[in-house]
Design a protein around this ligand. Structure first.
Ligand code: SAH
Length: 218
């Protein structure tokens, strides 16, 4: 069960979370504002209500997690989202990251490989606030060729390599933010597609994600 009531107490906790994210080095005001606006406790079972604004990941069922707010803020900041950007997200999960992107004014296309998670999201009333989010059930390694090209691509699961089909579906000049396996954690990379056949790669901090798996799960 979820608690879909947003109280002053929740808003106060969100304020504190935003302050923590600033202290940890998040500077993009639009990103901080989106986190301030979105009631993260809506995305979790009501059992997590009191701790929903701690800066940590939580289980959402099916062995999956809602990412840590710092990770969401970090990836979103690297993605340099501009209003009306077409953004492809791999790994819908709780939809929290998708809502952050939508709050920034992006057109969000998000793919989830687990049918149960995809179906749960269909009945999540809060998402109706964001008609700019389209959810798809599928394998993120394939992307969404019908809707390509994208200005930005964000991968929210641990990838073993940079999926070539996703690079193909990125606009020239577009950015991809992707956590790539390195030992037991993942190195955050930002890929810029500089021409039809060349990319520039920048390397950032280490994070910990659930794995990006192949194929769909019914
Ligand atoms: N962005 C999410 C994070 C969820 S965790 C959030 O804000 O809550 C990662 C999600 O990626 C999981 O739900 C997992 O099922 C999904 N996933 C893993 N591999 C995938 C793939 N190949 N295609 C699509 N989704 C995938």
């Amino acid at each position: 069960m979820r608690n879909l009531e947003d109280t002053y107490r929740h808003k106060g906790l969100r304020n504190q979370l935003v302050q923590q994210l600033k202290q940890k080095g998040i500077t993009n005001e639009a990103v901080l504002n989106a986190i301030q606006q979105i009631p993260r406790h809506f995305f979790l079972d009501s059992a997590f209500d009191k701790i929903a604004y701690e800066d940590r990941a939580f289980p959402i069922g099916e062995g999956q997690t809602i990412s840590q707010p710092y990770t969401v803020a970090y990836q979103t900041q690297l993605l340099q989202v501009a209003k009306s950007d077409k953004v492809l997200e791999i790994g819908t999960g709780s939809m929290y990251q998708a809502c952050v992107l939508a709050e920034l004014g992006a057109w969000v296309y998000t793919i989830e490989r687990q049918k149960k998670i995809f179906d749960t999201n269909k009945t999540f009333a809060f998402k109706n606030k964001y008609p700019n989010i389209k959810c798809f059930f599928g394998d993120g390694y394939e992307g969404l060729p019908t809707f390509a090209p994208f200005d930005k691509i964000l991968i929210t699961a641990a990838a073993p390599f940079i999926p070539p089909k996703l690079v193909e579906q990125l606009k020239i000049g577009g950015l991809m933010v992707i956590p790539i396996n390195e030992g037991n954690s993942q190195r955050m990379l930002r890929i810029t597609k500089v021409s039809a056949d060349a990319c520039k790669e920048e390397s950032f901090d280490l994070f910990s994600f659930v794995p990006m798996l192949t194929g769909k799960k019914l």
